[in-house]
Each structure stands twice: as structure tokens, then as C-alpha cells.
Write a protein that binds this ligand. Structure first.
Ligand SMILES: C[S@@+](CC[C@H](N)C(=O)[O-])C[C@H]1O[C@@H](n2cnc3c(N)ncnc32)[C@H](O)[C@@H]1O
Length: 292
């Protein structure tokens, strides 16, 4: 349950703890009652991946609409957090505008309840994109609750399918998914989660767009997707995700890249994490597009 009267005073995320993959642990800011700490910490690290992923997501939805004949697309956002992708996709708002919305002195002065009220009335205003229906999927109940209460997402699935099985209720929420997207989430979420969602949706295969850090091997992901009937496309150039939060994080990630045989020259060795942009579409859909 969100503490709506919570007012923040501390702003600095602790970047000293690394997880098993070598990345900084951000658990506290993922589970705060509102997006302010998250936006502050991500802005400080120049977290830009949602901006780079946006054209891939929009193109995917457009191709899906054309192929399926459906006007409205139901999108599951894996690791949706406070509805960051939903805000960027549905409103005429850039990532820097979004950060500004939550880090400005005016926003800092509000309680969570007041911030929610402000967001609810702003997000009620006509979204520029009305044909995308966003469903949030995250392990963080407070983040999902915030996004849903202010109207960024129409439904939320709070789950950790890395360890748990899909419940009957979750299965009903997931089964009509048209597209699945993710930014900054693969790594926390692996093929274990993706396979469970694909199982629920089969025989209908949701179209997918994911951003995957170069520090994670793509092999398991692409193997799963191909086995389940997808064509997988990886954009030729990786895009920057964010700056390293500490020298220790960079050292750990460089050593992981070395183990994977990935050359960091000009990319991670310059102080930034980089990600691949990946789309996966049902092989049959692509064939139909080709022959029609
Ligand atoms: C870096 S944030 C990305 C948020 C958002 N997609 C963006 O790009 O701004 C990672 C998100 O993954 C979520 N997450 C971590 N482990 C998860 C799991 N096992 N299942 C679902 N979500 C998870 C976190 O709670 C967090 O909201």
C-alpha cells in the first residue's frame, strides 16, 4: 500500500552495492511510493535507454496494427516501473521533460498524495497516442500502483515469474497481450519469465521489442524466441543505456564483457553501459508481410 502522505527528503541513491551480475543495486528507488527518487537517480546517471527504444516500440506497434488489422494495441511493459515507457509513448513528453516533472523544486515540495493528484489530472488530459493500451508488469507493487492510480497504465501485473508460477488471475491479465516491450529490465527478468508469458499467450504470439545490455549474453534469449516461432532482429548499432554509477561497477561489467568475448572499445570503456535493440515477430507474420 502506498503511503500517500510520504514526503521525501533524501535524494541520493546509494550506488556502492553491486548485484551478482556486477550492476549497481537500485532496489530502494524501484520501490519508493512515487517516481521522484527513481527519476532523480536515473537523471543523474543520464539513463537514456527509454528514449532510444521509443522509435523501435512505435514502429513495432505500427507494424502490428498493419499486420493484425487491429486499431488498438495492448502492450505489456516488462519492468514497467512507474510507467516511464507509458508516459513517453502515450503523451507528447520527452524523457528530459519527464525527469523535470519529477525533479523540479515544485515536485519535490509535494507529498506523494499531492503528486498523484497533479499527475492524475495531467494524465487525464488527452493523450497524444490513444491506440496504445499499456499494461504494467513489475515486481514492485508501489511503482505499479502509482502508474495505475495516475492513469498511465490500464492494468498491472505484480509478479516475480523468475521464481513464481503464473496465477490464474495473472494468466487472464496476460493472455490478450498483443505486444511485449522492455527497457532496462532484461537481466532482472530472464527467459524464465518470458517463456511463462509466451506459454500463457500461445497460440497467439505477442510481438516483442526489448533492450538488452551487452553485458548479458543474447544466446538464451534468441534461442528461446526462435524455438517458439519468432524471427529475431538485432539492430546493428548498440545504444547507450546510462553512465556507470561507480568505478567498481564499470570494472565488474568490463570483466563480464571480457568473459563473454565482447569488445568494449569505444563503448563501455568510455564510461557508459550499452544495449542492443531487439525485435521479435512471429515468423509466420513476416512471411505473410513478404508474400502479400
Ligand atoms: C531499470 S528499471 C527500468 C524501468 C523502466 N522500464 C525504464 O526503462 O525506465 C528495472 C525495473 O525492473 C523491475 N524488476 C526487477 N526484477 C524484476 C522481476 N523479477 N520481475 C519484474 N520486474 C522486475 C524493477 O522493479 C524496476 O522497476
Amino acid at each position: 500500500m502506498i503511503n500517500k502522505h510520504y514526503k521525501r527528503n533524501s535524494s541520493q541513491a546509494d550506488t556502492s552495492e553491486l548485484d551478482a551480475t556486477g550492476k549497481t543495486v537500485f532496489d530502494d528507488i524501484y520501490t519508493a511510493p512515487d517516481p521522484r527518487s527513481y527519476c532523480e537517480a536515473m537523471q543523474a546517471l543520464d539513463y537514456t535507454i527509454p528514449k532510444h527504444a521509443l522509435p523501435m516500440f512505435s514502429d513495432l506497434f505500427q507494424d502490428y496494427r498493419e499486420q493484425s488489422g487491429k486499431e488498438s494495441v495492448r502492450v505489456l511493459d516488462l519492468g514497467s516501473s512507474y510507467g516511464i515507457n507509458a508516459a513517453l509513448l502515450r503523451f507528447d513528453l520527452g524523457l528530459s521533460d519527464l525527469y523535470q516533472r519529477y525533479t523540479s523544486p515544485e515536485a519535490q515540495a509535494l507529498t506523494t498524495s499531492e503528486l498523484m493528484q497533479r499527475d492524475r489530472s495531467d494524465y487525464c488530459l488527452q493523450p497524444t497516442e490513444k491506440t496504445v493500451e499499456m499494461v504494467g508488469f513489475d515486481i514492485s507493487a508501489p511503482a505499479l500502483q502509482y502508474a495505475q492510480e495516475v492513469g498511465l497504465i490500464v492494468d498491472s501485473v505484480q509478479a516475480n515469474l523468475e521464481v513464481d508460477e503464473v496465477t490464474t488471475e495473472q494468466s487472464q491479465q496476460l493472455e490478450n497481450t498483443d505486444c511485449i516491450i522492455s527497457s532496462g529490465c532484461i537481466g532482472y527478468v530472464t527467459t524464465t519469465t518470458l517463456e511463462k508469458i509466451i506459454d500463457v499467450c500461445t497460440p497467439h504470439l505477442p510481438w516483442m521489442g526489448h533492450c538488452v545490455l551487452r553485458m548479458f549474453s543474447l544466446q538464451q534469449l534468441t534461442t528461446l524466441l526462435k524455438e517458439r516461432g519468432y524471427d529475431v532482429d538485432i539492430a546493428p548499432e548498440p545504444v547507450p543505456q546510462r553512465r556507470f554509477a561507480s568505478h567498481e561497477e564499470q570494472t565488474q561489467v568490463l570483466s563480464r564483457l571480457h568473459e563473454l568475448g565482447v569488445d568494449p572499445t569505444g563503448l563501455e570503456d568510455q564510461g557508459w553501459l550499452y544495449a542492443w535493440l531487439i525485435t521479435a515477430t512471429p515468423a509466420v507474420a513476416r512471411a505473410e508481410q513478404y508474400y502479400n
